[in-house]
Ligand binder design. Sequence first.
Ligand SMILES: NC(=O)c1ccc[n+]([C@@H]2O[C@H](COP(=O)([O-])OP(=O)(O)OC[C@H]3O[C@@H](n4cnc5c(N)ncnc54)[C@H](O)[C@@H]3O)[C@@H](O)[C@H]2O)c1
Ligand SMILES: [Zn+2]
Ligand SMILES: [Zn+2]
Length: 347
Amino acid sequence: MRALVYHGPGQKSWEEVPDRTIVDDTDAIVRVDAVTICGTDLHILKGDVPTVTDGRILGHEAVGTVERVGSGVKTLKEGDRVLVSCITSCGSCRFCREGRYGQCLGGGGWILGHLIDGTQAEYVRVPFADTSTYKVPDGVSDEQILMLADILPTGYEVGVLNGTVRPGDVVAIVGAGPIGLAAIMGARLFSPSHIIAIDLADSRLDAAKQFGADIVINNGREDARAVIFDLTNGLGADVSIEAVGVPATFELAVQLARPGGHIANIGVHGEPATLHLEEQWIRDITVTTGLVDTYTTPTLLRLVRRGQLDSAKFVTHHFTLDEFEAAYDVFGRAADTGALKVVLTRS
Ligand SMILES: NC(=O)c1ccc[n+]([C@@H]2O[C@H](COP(=O)([O-])OP(=O)(O)OC[C@H]3O[C@@H](n4cnc5c(N)ncnc54)[C@H](O)[C@@H]3O)[C@@H](O)[C@H]2O)c1
Ligand SMILES: [Zn+2]
Ligand SMILES: [Zn+2]
């Protein structure tokens, strides 16, 4: 079979690799029908994730068809259409039993395209297949479901739910990439009074408007704090969500929250960011962090199926699997190409 293989920083190729085989009896082999690229894959290619080593097949998001199952798989059979989630779950460890699958102690967590071969391939081996895949209901398309593999649960769980968005809230979202946009989409389910998107790229702010932000701020030109304080009689946002992953945006997100407000950090940080306790200790704030667990995937699936979540809206570009080089190029130059999510399918 063919797959997109990582060969060290800056190096990748779509090449012939050995066919996938069942290793553990709880594995399934899934034929990949649709797959996408994540910002995290770009981080890996820059060499930011050293736990990904030469020879690793990338990718942690896919929709596919079950080709084969191990003898221990109980709920899946050949021919089932499934979502392969970015988080794998053993289903039985302490954290999986709390729905905290991202922290799985039994060999799951974020492993696909990281510690084991991933989904950017013609086939993928999915460990703990019963608890790491979701059957795709009839009537929803591959690309609608594909957005539930990572970005939608991430924006919803780590942003909206950790931030405890409530009806009438003023919600500020720093960063309007796919994750910030997913947080906008998720926040809208709770009828906030305002959603304010903050980004340096006008193209991303245009997308934020289309996704339902009613106020957008380019913080390269405008003072986000002044706009939000004006809007809230000097108090700040009820919920402030960080969806970038650099120190400046974390510090901004903290400043934007009102006393008693929530700051939900989603961004993956590579360097220290300062929490100014000398200013913040008195303000009753709550700061949350998190890796996505994907415990909300069944909820999001129901919302997509009922037409209450327009998940396909993220898809800006289409390719076939043998066009991975072009797809990475378009996705990697998002500011020029306007790419949000690219989808690759079998030709
Ligand atoms: N916690 C999790 O489980 C989890 C899961 C997936 C992704 N992430 C992280 O979420 C973050 C966002 O992901 P993404 O795919 O949307 O990334 P992205 O790079 O596509 O988007 C980031 C956006 O932030 C904007 N930006 C950059 N610097 C800024 C600044 N100083 N002020 C305002 N805006 C700024 C960029 O213009 C861009 O639109 C990343 O750090 C990613 O690694 C976290
Ligand atoms: Zn991802
Ligand atoms: Zn587990």
